[in-house]
Write a protein that binds this ligand. Structure first.
Ligand SMILES: [Zn+2]
Length: 316
């Protein structure tokens, strides 16, 4: 097994969102990566500049971040060539690591654009080093900039940030600090290629919660009507939990429910609805046990929302 720590730089439409190519909102212009062995020792590096073909001017925001001109990039290679070399360099046993959640999604979107679908296995499990840093050193929830983590861990700053290879090296150095059990127990799933069918749906059990990622559905109504999506099982024993509060919409995008297990108490279900690139709706449902405090908060919240709805219905 190798860790492949990847960092990409990308450009976007210089003339604004409404003139972008919807199939490629972010065009990759630089690939930087570091290979580490199972002992997290750096064994190799990879760096390529990409010659852009979709956006031939650098967006002002990209220009503020990166230190590359179109002239630099024109010395780069076409994306399909560089990407093929990169994936070959990664090898078949790659465990991808990135800072945050975006780079692997954008890599796959760029691969799809060039009909190179399937070059990366699905489901794509990876390590989000930004999340791992929060788990190992902070409160789990906070998300810090890479530079913050580098300074926090007193890693030598011997290169510029926002240069793909250097960012990959910094991310790799942060990864070296993360205990192995934190890495293995907290991997992430990339949602770019959502499960194709019911049998491909993903269920992952973490230490304190379970995650279920559904296949794509045509509409929000279809997905919220699905029996499996609406089900609520106890995180501890897996038995069906009696729904004390049925799924309700909390600020539009999230749905919450509270269940009760005779043996393990209250169970919280949360459904986030998202859209994939094919316009389908899919759900990410998490299930966990609750503290009494959380139970009270959610009952309060449900009551408030219900009252508000009742008032609206009566026109006051
Ligand atoms: Zn139970």
């Amino acid at each position: 097994m190798h860790y492949i720590v990847l960092d990409l730089e990308w450009n976007q439409c210089p003339y604004g969102k409404d003139r972008e190519d919807k199939r490629l909102p972010f065009e990759i212009i630089e690939i930087g990566a570091v290979k580490l062995n199972a002992k997290k020792e750096i064994v190799d590096t990879f760096h390529e500049l990409i010659r852009p073909v979709v956006y031939r001017q650098i967006h002002f925001r990209t220009r503020e971040i990166i230190n590359l001109s179109m002239r630099d990039l024109d010395r780069g290679r076409p994306f399909p060539e560089a990407a093929a070399d990169f994936l070959k360099w990664c090898g078949p046993d790659a465990c991808f690591c990135i800072w945050g959640t975006l780079d692997l999604t954008e890599l796959q979107r760029n691969l799809t654009y060039y009909n190179m679908d399937g070059a990366i296995a699905s489901p794509l499990l990876y390590e989000d080093v930004q999340k791992l840093f929060a788990i190992a050193y902070e409160d789990r929830r906070t998300r810090r900039a890479l530079q913050y983590a580098v300074e926090f861990l007193k890693i030598d700053e011997d290169g510029e940030f926002h240069e793909a290879l250097m960012d990959a090296v910094y991310t790799a150095r942060v990864l070296q600090f993360i205990p192995d059990e934190v890495i293995s127990g907290n991997y992430s799933v990339d949602y770019y290629r959502t499960p194709a069918g019911k049998e491909d749906e993903i269920r992952i059990r973490y230490e304190t919660y379970e995650k279920y990622i559904t296949r794509g559905f045509p509409t929000k109504e279809a997905i919220m009507g699905d029996k499996e999506v609406r089900s609520l099982r106890c995180f501890a024993c897996g038995r069906s939990a009696k729904q004390k509060i049925r799924w309700f919409s909390d600020y539009g995008k999230n749905y919450l429910a509270v269940g009760w297990c005779e043996e393990h108490g209250f169970v919280k279900g949360k459904i986030r609805l998202r859209k994939n690139d094919r316009g389908q709706v899919y759900a990410v449902k998490t299930t966990r046990l609750m503290t009494q405090e959380e139970v009270d908060a959610i009952f309060d919240r449900h009551k408030t929302l219900k009252e508000r709805r009742t008032k609206r219905r009566h026109g006051s």
